[in-house]
Design a protein around this ligand. Structure first.
Ligand SMILES: NC(=O)C1=CN([C@@H]2O[C@H](COP(=O)(O)OP(=O)(O)OC[C@H]3O[C@@H](n4cnc5c(N)ncnc54)[C@H](OP(=O)(O)O)[C@@H]3O)[C@@H](O)[C@H]2O)C=CC1
Ligand SMILES: CC(=O)N[C@@H](CCC(=O)OP(=O)(O)O)C(=O)O
Length: 342
């Protein structure tokens, strides 16, 4: 297949390019960038790819549609809100790593992203691609989930889908490495501010809250809201979402464990680690989500710890999982990855 990639200069786009180069179904990758006026060598556009002289083309949606079978957008918020209607109208397959098409209401997108939204009729045509639960087979436009949303939803699914917790008691303490913020540095992500520091940001205002709520309420209408906090860690890659909830009266720890084992035993990228709460390092470099769970009999609180690599399972890896589902490739094609060691 011939694939287009927009956003090669960004962190998620770079990682996606590396994955697509090793995918057996991808015969050609066409790269596009919005700042170029003429085709330019990748080694000039992104010096980290110093030996790669592949051409990067100026962004052009007509060329993308005529020369490719699918396009990946690894672009900043606000980009696909403008161009998604073109691709949806042409029924041209898109996998969108940004948050622009994840929500289904214009007002909600504008409220949380503070940018103009795509028209609602197009928002409603996009598929929310939480790949371990919602197959992208037959979809035209896949909105790849947010990184925090992925770790949090995968951690909560067994509890919420099986109605094992008090629906109004969910508290999420989520932490991310700095690559989650993209390549453009700002005051909060400056080395001197991040190094040897831990900072809470966007308290109660994180843009992933509404997409998490949409999915949770699809699974269990009783969930009214979640308490969701985000913290920046002094590491490059990785997300840890630590989730607390009150266990429903009568539910035993055996039932909690059984729910995780049953839901995740057949999922290639999710490892339930029991009461061994996972560390970020065991998933960085992979498309895996490792999830551990402990129950406190004294407080009646279940604690779930869910870890992913934000650039893989939280972005490029899940995008390839969606690509595999859309086009009928084996689930793990292009994604047999090992954690970075040591
Ligand atoms: N980083 C992460 O862990 C995750 C990121 N995401 C989402 O994926 C997307 C990419 O993230 P990330 O790689 O971190 O972001 P970066 O900021 O690192 O890269 C953004 C990319 O978008 C391109 N871009 C910016 N404006 C435009 C435009 N008007 N038209 C076309 N391209 C444009 C940039 O090109 P240029 O450099 O030429 O301006 C760059 O290639 C974002 O929407 C992000 O929210 C989702 C999950 C996780
Ligand atoms: C560390 C850090 O800043 N992370 C980003 C996550 C980016 C992301 O996934 O945002 P989208 O919803 O636009 O895809 C943040 O918290 O905003």
């Amino acid at each position: 297949m011939q694939v287009a990639l927009v956003g090669i200069t960004g962190y998620a786009g770079m990682v996606l390019y590396q994955l697509l180069q090793k995918h057996s179904g991808v015969t050609k990758i066409h790269l596009y960038d919005h700042k170029l006026a003429a085709p330019t060598k990748l080694s000039h556009v992104v010096p980290i790819f110093s030996g790669d002289h592949t051409a990067v083309f100026p962004y052009d949606d007509e060329a993308i549609i005529s020369d490719n079978d699918v396009v990946f957008f690894a672009t900043s918020a606000g980009v696909t809100a403008k161009v998604a209607p073109t691709y949806l109208t042409a029924k041209f397959p898109v996998i969108d790593l940004s948050g622009d098409m994840r929500l289904d209401s214009e007002a909600q997108y504008t409220e949380w992203y503070r940018k103009p939204a795509a028209p609602e009729k197009f928002l409603r045509q996009a598929h929310y691609g939480l790949a371990d639960f919602e197959s992208a087979k037959g979809q035209i436009y896949v909105a790849n989930p947010g990184c925090y949303a992925t770790a949090t939803l995968l951690g909560l699914a067994p509890l919420v889908q099986n109605d094992l917790i008090d629906a109004d008691s969910i508290i999420v303490d989520a932490k991310s490495g700095t690559t989650g913020a993209g390549k453009t540095p700002h005051a909060m992500t400056h080395f001197a501010q991040v190094n040897e520091n831990i900072q809470i940001y966007k308290p109660n205002q994180h843009q992933h809250i509404p997409e998490i709520m949409l999915e949770l309420q699809k699974w269990n209408q009783r969930v009214p809201a979640i308490q969701f906090m985000t913290t920046l860690l002094p590491i490059n890659r990785g997300i840890m979402s630590t989730i607390y909830a009150k266990v429903k009266s009568g539910v035993t720890s055996k039932q909690l464990m059984a729910a995780y084992t049953k839901m995740y035993q057949s999922k290639s990228f999710i490892n339930y680690t029991g009461d061994q709460l996972p560390a970020i390092k065991q998933v960085v470099g992979t498309n895996n989500c490792d999830i551990g769970m402990v129950y406190n009999r004294v407080t009646n609180v279940v604690t779930v710890n869910s870890v992913i690599d934000n650039l893989l399972k939280g972005a490029a890896g899940q995008a390839v999982q969606n690509f595999n589902q859309m086009f009928g490739y084996p689930e793990t094609e292009g994604l047999k990855l090992q954690p970075f060691l040591p």
